[in-house]
Design a protein around this ligand. Structure first.
Ligand code: DP6
Length: 315
């Protein structure tokens, strides 16, 4: 029995769109931070011989798409190890699925590490990330801690949390599941958005600028570039008829601009849903959290700092 822990991550420069062909390879590079404090815990064991895989999520048998995607990973791990047998897996997230924090990222990072270890494969982080990416590309980034890039098939840790400490305030603006899940949203954007060619062209420039700003510990440029990547991703999706924002999303973005004008060190990003993630420096987090919690439509604010990659906690 292998037990692992992994955390969600939030992209600063966004992955949106896939390369043609196999392997679920992103069409554009991305930069993320892996979070601390919000966790997926996964326990896996493997039994030789005949038998059915079992996969329990939040205490219940997984079904539908979640089960299909997990079994596809189990099949890859069986093929890589040359072993035949069945997995027994249990996975639990300690953060709400309606929080706008991608449970697929921490979930598949944890699953990739747990299942490979359960069959006795002692893979490098890079190989575990390659496996995780095939299930959900953002999961490749959660294999690593701190600041992480995903460029094509290659995920890599590029800086630690101490290099530029940040706090993220997740402003939750809706309890429901998102309208268009990210995989479907990006495929429709690729197919339908007249702005997609521009996104493909410009995203690498934004990514290079963000990576340089991070290396220079330039909070202001990193913040502006993160917002630009977010806005361009959402504009590109909007041109395909996909709108993730709600009224509160707009209000928070406006509030963040006003706070920036008053000198608060903060910047926002938004993923495939209406919640807004606001990054700030640790010393400014308390005041900012109070301000954001008071914005009409903000249901609650979750707080996280930068954390570690996926790891085995017991075996
Ligand atoms: C908006 O990794 O969930 O959060 O590879 O199809 O599973 P699949 O997509 P996923 O997409 C994440 C999109 C995003 C931006 C990001 O995290 O980079």
């Amino acid at each position: 029995m292998i037990s692992v822990v992994a955390h969600p991550n939030i992209a600063l420069t966004k992955y949106w769109g896939k390369r043609a062909g196999e392997g679920n390879v992103p069409a554009v590079p991305s930069l993320s931070v892996t979070l601390a404090g919000l966790s997926t815990r996964t326990r896996a064991s493997f039994r030789e011989g005949a038998g059915e895989d079992t996969f329990r999520l939040q205490g219940l048998p997984a079904e539908g798409d979640a089960l299909r995607r997990a079994v596809a990973m189990f099949d890859r791990v069986r093929a890589a190890s040359g072993r035949t047998g069945a997995f027994e897996v249990e996975s639990h997230n300690d953060f709400p699925t309606a929080s706008g924090l991608a449970s697929s990222a921490s979930g598949f990072a944890a699953l990739a590490l747990a299942t490979t270890r359960a069959v006795g494969l002692d893979w490098s982080q890079a190989r575990v990330a390659d496996l995780a990416r095939r299930s959900s590309a953002s999961a490749a980034r959660s294999v690593f801690g701190g600041y992480v890039t995903l460029e094509g098939e290659h995920a890599e840790h590029i800086a630690s949390a101490e290099h530029l400490p940040l706090v993220v305030l997740v402003c939750v603006t809706s309890e429901g599941p998102k309208d268009v899940p990210s995989t479907g949203g990006m495929l429709r954007t690729q197919e339908k958005s007249p702005l997609f060619a521009h996104w493909l062209d410009h995203a690498p420039t934004l990514h290079a600028r963000a990576v340089k700003a991070l290396r220079d510990r330039d909070f202001a440029v990193l913040g502006r570039t993160t917002e630009e990547s977010t806005l361009l991703m959402h504009a590109t999706a909007l041109a395909a008829g996909i709108l993730y924002w709600n009224e509160a999303t707009k209000r928070i973005v406006t509030s963040v601009s006003a706070l920036q004008e008053r000198g608060a060190p903060c910047f926002f990003t938004i993923d495939a849903g209406p919640h807004v993630k606001v990054f700030t420096r640790p010393e400014a987090a308390d005041a900012l959290e109070r301000n954001l919690a008071a914005v009409p439509g903000v249901l609650r604010v979750l707080r996280a700092s930068i954390g570690e990659g996926a790891r085995v906690v017991a075996s």
